[in-house]
Every structure is written in structure tokens, then in C-alpha cells.
Design a binder for this molecule. Sequence first.
Ligand code: ZN
Length: 492
Amino acid sequence: MKKVLALLFIFVLSIGCVACSKKDNITEISKNLSNYDMTIDLNTESKTAFGVLNLDYINSSDDALNELKFHLYPQFFKEDACHLVVSSTKLNDAYPNGMSYSEFEVSRVKVEDTDAIVQYSGEYDDILVVDLNSNLLPNNRINIEIEFNFTLPNCEHRFGYGENTINLANFYPIACVYEDGAFDESGYNANGDPFYSDMANYDVKLNLDNSNYIVAGTGEKTDIKQVNGKYQTTFNADLVRDFAMVISDKFEVISDKVGDTNVEYYYFSDDFSEKSLNAGIDAIETFSDLFGEYSYSNFSIVESDFIYGGMEYPNLIMISADIENIDDYMNVIIHETAHQWWYGMVGNDEYTYPWLDEALTEYSCLLFYDNNSDYNLTHSQMVDVSKSNYTLFVTVYQDVLGDLDTSMRAVDEYDTEPEYTYCTYVKGVLMYESLYQLIGEKDFVAGLKQYFNDNKYTNATPNDLIFAFENSSGNELDNFFSSWLDGKVVIR
Ligand SMILES: [Zn+2]
């Protein structure tokens, strides 16, 4: 995701296919993944939906599993949820027509065609626990069918709708990551993008009641047709870690190619649409050169009713229609595109280590400007602004509130959104700039290339990142990273 700060000048930071036969052999790699087959019926008037998920789940762990667990993120958009989905200072922007809430219910679960016993756990019954009634051995598969229904809130967020777009993200039951002998049951948080998931394949059919709507989605749009009086759009996306759609009856669409990748820009109020599309194309090209090739045949940039600067999903990025300055708007496009590498292809636990993808993504923008001098931002300008913003924030905070914990930590360990933003993004840029100065551009970029190659299509850890930079530079970097992450480094 990317957030917008306005301190020294308006400067944007951001918060959050595919069946292709090119580049890496995605078809081959995707054979060993779980398959999400979903049909969603959405009423565009009432914003209610009914979904059926047919999941062919593979046990990729070394343990026998007798249950599976799923995140139910829409639970947190309900009226009596345990905490807000945005910080209290953002409520007016997120809910321009007053508070609005979701409904969400899992109505039926079957395991291998037999009704299953389910329970709920997590901080707000947001984890669905499905009893498998047997042991699922490593590398074995099982079929789970989940019927669910929801009502979207009038909320300009990842799960909700505004005046122009319906944002369907984090809307379906998604399997919790299983690691170290347990499922990850992290909940939701207003800070950052509190998600963590494994690579999988998706076949999704969206049925709408109205033919005026255009759908942008993760992956390749393989079919649009009329079925039983509904207007059906089908997507296929292999080797992705999530699936999202944005729907609008106001979209205009332009597109262009970069290599084998078709880049589409969906927009409704952008006077600089060609520039916006080109920013995405330049970013795909630059990051492919710097880190390693973008693996997919599709990429969609989508102007959205979204309160933060932007949000990343596999093959699809939401860009907030509220950003007025075209340079800021392009900066968010570049940031969210960088997430296709850091979050998308190389995944990580964004709840526990938000800095791992966010700081790297933000710093990737600086590398972009190094390689694209015709943009109105530069590497050194972004470093200067980050430093000024960060030191001003720390000074003001300490003057008003006292000691500030500047460690870079999990999303739920920050008391306020500004602390999360400054420690994760702004300080993150300064941390990477310090490393860049220490080991030099060549070893820095080589380290990122290695990190990408070693961890592509998996979930990386902080140690994987440190290992890659140590390997490229020949330096011992544990102390460097721990001093920044633990908040010991003083920035003046
Ligand atoms: Zn981001």
C-alpha cells in the first residue's frame, strides 16, 4: 500500500495472470499448487454477493493435516468488529456517506462432497477451521467447497465501494499459511496490508446483473459472455498469491505492451491517462531489468475509490482517484508496480514484517528514478524529503508525546498510523539508502537480483534478504540490519 504525506511538499508514499507460457514455465510450476475455482454472483445495485469456492488444496507441508484454516477478512468490516479497518483519523475519507458495514457469512462447507464440521477462531471469528475428518498427508490433495455470501460496505477501501468503483479484494476465504507446525492466524489491522498467503492458481467467474460494468482483475480475462441472463467475466491466474477485482460502469481502458506483457489502464477521471499507463510500463521494464523479469502476461493499473494512495494485488494495482497531482499519481503507480516483485513474486508475512516488502518497494522507486531521468522526481530528492520528513516527525512526536519507539515491527505493534508509516516507509528508505551508500550501487542491485531469484514464488524472511546482500557485498550485515530494525540508529 502507499500513503500520502504532506510535510515539505506533497509527496506520496504507498501502503497494496495469468496463464502464460512464457519466461519461467508458469504452467509447470503451478502444477504443484492449490487451485481456487470460484464463482461469484454480484448484484451491482444492492452490493450483495453469493460465492462458491471450490478449492483443490495441496498439502505442501511435511506434516499430516487433519484440519485446514482460512482467513475471513470481510469479518473485520462488520459493524461490531473488534477494531476499525482504517485509523480513526481517516473515517471521514473512508466513509464519505457515513459509517457503513459489511455482512459476511459462510453458509456451507463440504469436504470431498460431504458436509464438514467447522469452527471459528481468531481475534474476531475471522478464522474458519474446517475439520478434514481424516489426515491429509504431505503432497496429497483434498477438495473443499465453501459457500459464502456478503454485502459490501460503502467504504473506499479494499473491500467496499465508492461512487465510481466496487473493490472486491480480500473478499473470499483464503487458506492460512502453514509453517513451523501451525497455521498462521494473524487477523487484520488498520495499519498496512496485514496479509500473508501462498502461491496458488485461480479460475474465477464473476456474474453481474448489468452489462454496463467493466471488470479489472488478477490474471488473464479469458471470456466475457452472457449466461442465464447474467453478464459473466472469467479470469485465469496461475502462480499468484491472491485474487482481486475492481468493477465500474465508468471505466475507460487503454493498453500497451511491454515485452510479452499486456498492460491495461482502467480509469474514470484521469486527464493524463497516457502518462499514467506509461509510468506502469516504464516501471515493469525498469524493475524487470533491475531485479528479474516480470513473470506474467498481464498487468492492470486501476484508478479506484480508495482512501490510501494505492494498493497492490497480483497483476493488479489500485490507484486512488483522490490523488490530484500527476507526479504523485505516477509515483504511486511506480510504487505499486514494484510490489509485483516485493509481495507479488517474492512474498512475505506482511503482518509481522511489513517493512520487508514496503521499505524495499519504496526504495525501488528511488532506483526507478535513477534509471528514468525524465520523471520529475529524483533519487536524491526522495532521500532528502524522507530525511526531512522523518526527523521532523520524530522531533514533533518527542516534543509532544515523549519517547518514540522507532523499531520496525509488526503492523499491530504500532499505536498510531503515523508511527507505522514513518517507521516502515520513510525510515525504510533511509535504511536502504544507508546500505546503498555502504556497499555501493553494483552490490546493492546484485543483492536484490539474488534475493528475487532465490525467493521467487515463495515466502521470504528477513534473513533471506540479509543473506542476499551479504552474499553480493561480502559484508557481514546482521548488525547493520538489527541496528536499524531495533531502532538503535539515530537519524539526524
Ligand atoms: Zn506499498
